[in-house]
Structures are given as C-alpha cells and as structure tokens.
Unconditional design. Structure first.
Length: 340
C-alpha cells in the first residue's frame, strides 16, 4: 500500500483529467473524540466513487448523498464555486446519526472541482519524494503550491488553509529472513515504502514479497544510500553483528525516528557492549538504539513478532509513550522475578 494522501490526490487528479466533477474534503478541525486526525483527506467523484476517509466511515455516506450525481446532488454546486466549511456532530443527535464518538465534532473544508493541472503538479512532486505545501484561499479556491522544508501541522485561519503532504514514511530492513517478509507486509499496509538490504544471495532467493526495493549493498552503505530522515525507520534483523552493527551505527547518526535490532536481552546487551568497546560509543550515543525491539505480547512465531515490532514502530511514529511494562526486556525481567 502506498502513502494514502498520494493515492487520494492521484485518483482525484485522474477524475478531473477525465472531465469528472469531484470534491476534495479535508479535516480542518476536530473537537472531542475524532475518528480521523486533522489533515486527513478524501476525494469524491460525481458518480459516487470515493477514495480516502475523513471519519472512518461515519459521515462519508452523507457526503456522497449531498454531493454525488448518483444521488442527484452534484449539479446543486455550480462550477467554480468557492470552498465551503461544514461541521458534523455539533449536536448529540447529529453525533449519534453520523456515528461519531461521544462528543466528537469535525469541521471539513470542501473544495469543489479542484484544478487538474495543479493536482498533476502536486502528485508529480510527491511521487519524486518531495515534501509539498498546498495553500487554498478560502474565498476563491485559488491554490498555491511550493516545496516545504519540514513536515508541519495543518494551518487554517479566516483567509486560507495550508496542508503539507508527503513524503512517504520509509522503512529500511536489514536481512531478508521470514520475519522481514512479515514486517515488510505490515509496513506496506501501514503506508510505508519499504527497502530491503541483504548482501547474502542465499537469503534473497526465498524473498517473494512484491513492491519492496531490494539492495545488495553492505548494510552500512545501504543506510548511507537510504539517507534516513525524520519519516524513516531502520530495523536490523540478521542477528549477525558483521551486518547489523555498522548499519545501526550509521542509522544512529541520522534523524531516523526509529532505529532498532532484533535479538534477545542478552544479545542486545552484548551489542551495546561491543559498540562501546570497539566503536567509541557511549551510553548517551546509544540511547536511541532500541533492542530487544517490539512490545511484549508473548509473541513466539515470526508473524507474531512482526506484529509486536510494527506496533512499537507505529507507537513511536505517532508519538505515543507506551507503558514500561510493555517493553520486551522489562516484561521478561518481571516474569523471571515472579518465577524465582
């Protein structure tokens, strides 16, 4: 699965290039519990086709009924109409009718028939891995687009809305074993672009997952080529210090939001000791290195371990602080104490 925003914008572009009337919907503000975060987008074609989501399914049907030709409503909005702000879930009755969580309210910006050429430019830049800022003038619907220097939250005032799109979240996996295939699958479904590095031909021959970029460089060189940024994670899965250690050291010099390695508590401690003894590292320089990776769910099989690891990666990505009892090392340590 690719980045959802890119998929929505590409589909919307294709609809507009084909001459279809269409609506771009953006979550502008939320109050109380909200099923989708601010900045989420959805596109709706005049024939009722939908891509993306602004409420996890709660109010999409109402938007389709209001604005699709399939329900006889598309022509209610004249061509060239300026954007409109609408709210859902203001009253308890509306929240119940639209299936919003208790107290939840959404404010949406509706853009009617966005310009196809502007969308094409935006999609082309996003497909090149660029971070793009899109600003909409609320009074007219005029759009300005420019490359952004850093990810940013959506901004809206009385005159304009600015949303930042892309680039994709990325994952670099070191090692082409069975666990890597399960983890890559989950990462792709979570919207990550996945790169797999393994210089060992005998491990790569069994790889069967499509849509993953494969490199045969040595892992530390692969990290340099990958150029991790704040939307990147690096996960070492080989259990081989010759492959994992240098890659992890390179990754720790970057802005990657997550750097970790598979292994037992004993192996994780040995890895840290090696890096301090042989690579002039300190406890402080290794503070970002995660291991054993994952959250404790009692996982034993490769699929279960992949669930554990992906859950931790997503928690870090989403700035969620997990209870210490969910750390693998701490949970297993507490288990040992309980049995002693």
């Amino acid at each position: 699965m690719e980045n959802l925003d890119v998929m929505v914008l590409r589909t919307l572009r294709d609809w507009r290039q084909a001459g279809k009337r269409a609506l771009l919907t953006t979550v502008v503000r939320t109050w109380g519990s909200s099923p989708r975060p601010v900045g989420s987008i959805m596109a709706l074609a005049d024939d009722g086709a939908v891509v993306g989501s602004v409420s996890g399914g709660c109010i999409e049907d109402d938007l389709i009924a209001r604005y699709s030709r399939a329900h006889g409503k598309a022509e209610d909005v004249p061509l060239g109409a300026p954007p409109a702000l609408v709210k859902y879930g203001i009253t308890a009755d509306e929240a119940h009718r639209f299936g919003l969580p208790c107290g939840g309210t959404l404010e949406l910006l509706l853009e009617y028939d966005p310009d196809a050429a502007s969308l094409d430019t935006l999609v082309a830049q996003l497909e090149k891995g660029r971070l793009m800022q899109r600003t909409v003038t609320l009074a007219t619907g005029a759009v300005k687009q420019a490359e952004a220097t850093a990810p940013d939250e959506i901004k809206v005032d009385d005159t304009e809305l600015t949303n930042t799109f892309g680039p994709e979240y990325r994952m670099l996996l070191i090692g082409a074993g069975q666990l890597a295939e399960y983890l890559a699958t989950m990462a792709k479904f979570s919207g990550f672009a996945v790169t797999l590095c393994d210089p060992r031909a005998e491990y790569r021959t069994a790889w069967s997952l499509p849509g993953v970029h494969i490199t045969t460089e040595m892992p530390d060189d692969a990290v340099l080529a990958f150029r991790p940024d704040r939307r990147s994670c690096v996960v070492a899965l080989t259990h081989d210090p010759k492959l994992d250690d240098l890659a992890l050291l390179e990754a720790l010099q970057t802005e990657a939001f997550y750097v970790g390695a598979i292994g037992s508590r004993r192996n994780a401690e040995a890895r840290r000791d090696r890096m301090i003894e042989h690579f002039d590292q300190t406890a402080e320089s290794l503070a970002r290195l995660r291991g054993p990776i994952g959250i404790y769910i009692g996982s034993k099989t490769p699929p279960e371990i992949a669930v554990s690891v992906m859950a931790e990666i997503l928690a870090v990505k989403n700035a969620v602080t997990l209870p210490r009892e969910m750390e693998v090392a701490r949970a297993k340590g507490l288990q040992q104490l309980a049995m002693s």
